[in-house]
Design a protein around this ligand. Structure first.
Ligand code: 13P
Length: 248
């Protein structure tokens, strides 16, 4: 089974309009559609429309960083999955550890958001990952398994969702798990997902946490790593393009 690599950039709460448009333009101009990878950027909600306009007709897709679990209604400040779709989005990140921590999002909340994404025709990128204390206690695989079991949406299919493994302690720190630890976690994740979906050969599993041009070749070379979810390095066109090139 060949899974197309997905290189996804999470811009988090960064960039004003002119900066986002310039970054998107640089990616659109330099990312070749005929390579081994798909490229996705997830700007802040305020920039989805202008970034989508810049990316129109290019090989780079756009997505959201979060969506509400309800299709519409009285939820001040929130964004519905259909609104992201309406602006040209095709993916949405749900359950990022920063949202799990900053907004107390539980697995049940993440699951409901992923279901809202599917209903709106978006591919949810469901994020999981252990804290440093959980890894030190030898519980990393158990924590990630429990997050997957609790967060995957009903109605998920192998090609309709993406799962991203982002160890909390590796995000923005310059630290990463060992290559063996990433390999064994991803193999475990595929096994767990397969037991829920009836198979996971076509399911894309991303690694995230301090992915840089310098470590991308090694990480993306692992059999069960089908792409990367990139924070800091996705804010520089040169670095993000280099990571995509590392996909082969
Ligand atoms: P960094 O690449 O900055 O470590 O962030 C990873 C991340 O959280 C992507 O969602």
């Amino acid at each position: 089974m060949t899974r197309r690599v997905l290189i996804a950039g999470n811009w988090k709460m960064n960039l004003l309009r002119a900066e986002g448009e310039a970054l998107a333009a640089a990616l659109a101009e330099n990312f070749a559609a005929d390579g081994a990878a798909d490229m996705l950027v997830c700007p802040p909600a305020t920039l989805i429309a202008p970034v989508a306009a810049v990316l129109h007709g290019s090989a780079v897709s756009v997505g959201g960083q979060d969506c509400h679990m309800k299709p519409s209604g009285a939820h001040t400040g929130d964004v519905a999955a259909a609104m992201i779709k309406d602006l040209g989005g095709s993916y949405v990140i749900v359950g990022h550890s920063e949202r799990r921590a900053d907004h107390d999002e539980s697995d049940a909340t993440v699951k409901a958001k992923a279901e809202a994404a599917l209903s709106a025709g978006l591919v949810p990128i469901v994020c999981v990952g252990e804290t440093e204390a959980e890894r030190d206690a030898g519980k990393a695989e158990a924590v990630v398994e429990s997050q997957i079991r609790g967060s995957l949406p009903d109605g998920a299919t192998e090609t309709g969702i993406v799962i991203a493994y982002e160890p909390v302690w590796a995000i923005g720190t310059g630290r990463t798990p060992t290559i063996d630890d990433i390999a064994s976690m991803h193999a475990h994740m595929r096994k767990v997902a397969a037991s829920m979906l009836g198979g996971a050969d076509a399911l894309r599993l991303l690694y995230g946490g301090s992915v840089k041009p310098g470590n991308a070749v090694e990480i993306l070379g692992l059999a069960d790593v089908d792409g990367a979810l990139v924070g800091g390095a996705s804010l520089k066109a040169e670095d993000f393009l280099a990571i995509a090139t590392a996909a082969g």
